[in-house]
Design a protein. Sequence first.
Length: 198
Amino acid sequence: MGLDLEYIDGQTPIDEEEKEGLLIPTIATRSELDEFEQQNIEQAVQWAMGRSFKWDKVFTEEFVRMLHRRMYANVWAWAGEFRKTNKNIGIDKWQIPAELKYLLDDVRYWTENNTYSPDEIAVRFKHRLVSIHSFANGNGRHSRLMADIIIEKIYKLPVFTWGAANLSGEGEARSAYLRAIKAADKGDYSQLLAFARS
């Protein structure tokens, strides 16, 4: 019995080779996968929010990968590893390390120089991270948790609400989120900033 997934708008398909990395062989449907991933993610959120971090530790490739691993290691063998295939979204797989380094250098500069407000630094970082799409799956949830860590641990402000909804399922909140991402793709961050606090 294989993993049979249906995808909704904005979700990245998992290819057959990546499906072989599933660590729980009894998972057969999207809802089962979502349930197991959510349990793992909640453990990662508890771990992250129960610690203090300095920005120079958070803005590293090591931290970005480690957080993804903490979010998905109970479900996927490739958790925390850069994707090895190209997707319907994101940059070419070979560009991931370099583009992530550029982003991390940029966010360090923004932080040191107060280039943007704290919310905008976190949201711009989240947007660029998800547009790189470093991992085979879980990029949206990972980038939102990274933004929450930045806003709470570095700036000591409340975490984002992200529309106060589960963005993994279909619905108006997910549609609004995807519209805000598309506007940010064109350089307008106002919708994504508003959505993050809605």
